[in-house]
Write a protein that binds this ligand. Structure first.
Ligand code: NDP
Ligand code: MG
Length: 330
């Protein structure tokens, strides 16, 4: 594994380039402000009727339409939602892409699955922070950064890696360290992580634990504290010091109970499910399903979103978070 740090990277290669960041959401806002503070020439491409436009103007950024930004740019860094990138690229970016330009991403989805196909004489790169845009910005202002990835799908100009690393440095990622990967590896592991462990797996685990206690007659508020609220404390511990640090921090009772019982929850069946999830990512089943979903105006997703809001754990949790001052009343 190769790790790049601050001193490994000469960012002068991006100093005289115009960088168009398309999108000003979580990543767009965090990354572009860091780039600007690092002295790069950054312009922001947005739609005039969206809510991000005014925010970017208020932040003092140089804001224009996607077409104008694409036309001016040497490097086009696409930070639009993954499901809208294909259309916006085809209609508003592709007409302005010139030989020797660089098309850049923070997630490999649209390139890996062939939804965006830039011309042969254009670089295709990725640099991706391993965390949300707010963290990207906050750690940068504190003088540090968060770790990241870089990947090169196509090196048309011979210096695509230096460009990717130069941008990663401007965003603050080399302060913590940047690992080289491929579009395929990043896309497939990222999708797997969010589906099986982080977003899907974790909410499934929490919900099953909460329901088990409530169905056994315990108070939902107690069940919520136990199976949801405390997850953060444990995860923070693991994040900082690994499993070992966490086991040291909890009681011997918790350590013994956890080590002897966890395989009763995450059984071989669960692992089989995970392998199935990975298989559907690798063979394109997930990509197709998500494309169909977006083609029907995300009807299923909206339905699932509404159902999730009505889940007991969400209703009880919200009431409790507000009562304890953890969440603001709406
Ligand atoms: P967000 O949803 O937070 O932001 C999307 C931005 O795109 C908004 O500024 C939105 O502006 C703009 N936008 C949407 N549609 C259009 C359009 N048709 N024309 C012009 N602008 C448009 O996205 P994220 O920052 O979460 O994700 C961006 C990329 O970063 C994705 O590839 C994602 O996978 C990747 N990524 C995200 C991470 C995260 O933590 N969020 C982590 C690592 C990578 P408007 O106000 O007009 O809607
Ligand atoms: Mg991810």
């Amino acid at each position: 594994m190769k790790m790049y740090y601050e001193d490994d990277v000469d960012a002068s290669i991006v100093a005289d380039k115009t960088i168009a960041v398309m999108g000003y959401g979580s990543q767009g806002r965090g990354q572009s402000r860091n780039m600007a503070d690092s002295g790069l020439n950054v312009i922001i491409g947005l739609r005039k009727d969206g809510s991000s436009w005014q925010k970017a103007v208020d932040d003092g950024m140089n804001v224009m339409t996607v077409e104008e930004a694409a036309e001016k740019a040497d490097i086009i860094h696409i930070l639009l939602p993954d499901e809208t990138q294909e259309k916006v690229y085809a209609e508003q970016i592709a007409p302005y892409v010139e030989s020797g330009n660089t098309i850049s991403f923070s997630h490999g989805y649209n390139i890996h699955f062939g939804l965006i196909e830039p011309p042969e004489d254009v670089n295709i790169i990725m640099f991706a922070p391993k965390g949300p845009g707010s963290r990207v910005r906050q750690t940068y202002k504190e003088g540090f950064g968060i770790p990241g990835l870089v990947a090169i799908e196509r090196d048309a100009t011979g210096d695509a890696l230096q460009i990717a690393l130069g941008l990663a440095k401007a965003v603050g990622l080399t302060r913590a360290g940047v690992i080289e990967t491929t579009f395929k590896e990043e896309t497939e592991t990222d999708l797997f992580g969010e589906q099986a462990v982080l977003c899907g797996g974790l909410t499934g685990l929490i919900k099953a634990g909460f329901e088990t206690l409530v169905e056994a007659g315990y108070q939902p508020e107690i069940a919520y504290f136990e199976t949801c609220h405390e997850v953060k404390l444990i995860v923070d511990d693991i994040y900082e010091n690994g499993f070992g640090g966490m086991w040291k921090d909890v009681s011997n009772t918790a350590e013994y109970g956890g080590l002897t019982r966890r395989d009763m929850v995450i059984t071989e069946e669960a692992k089989k499910g995970m392998k199935e999830i990975l298989g559907q990512i690798q063979d394109g089943t997930f990509k197709k399903q998500f494309a169909d979903e977006n083609a029907t105006d995300a009807a299923n997703l909206k339905e699932m979103r509404a159902a999730e809001e009505k889940e007991d754990i969400e209703v009880v949790g919200k009431r409790l978070r507000i009562a304890c001052g953890l969440q603001d009343e709406e």
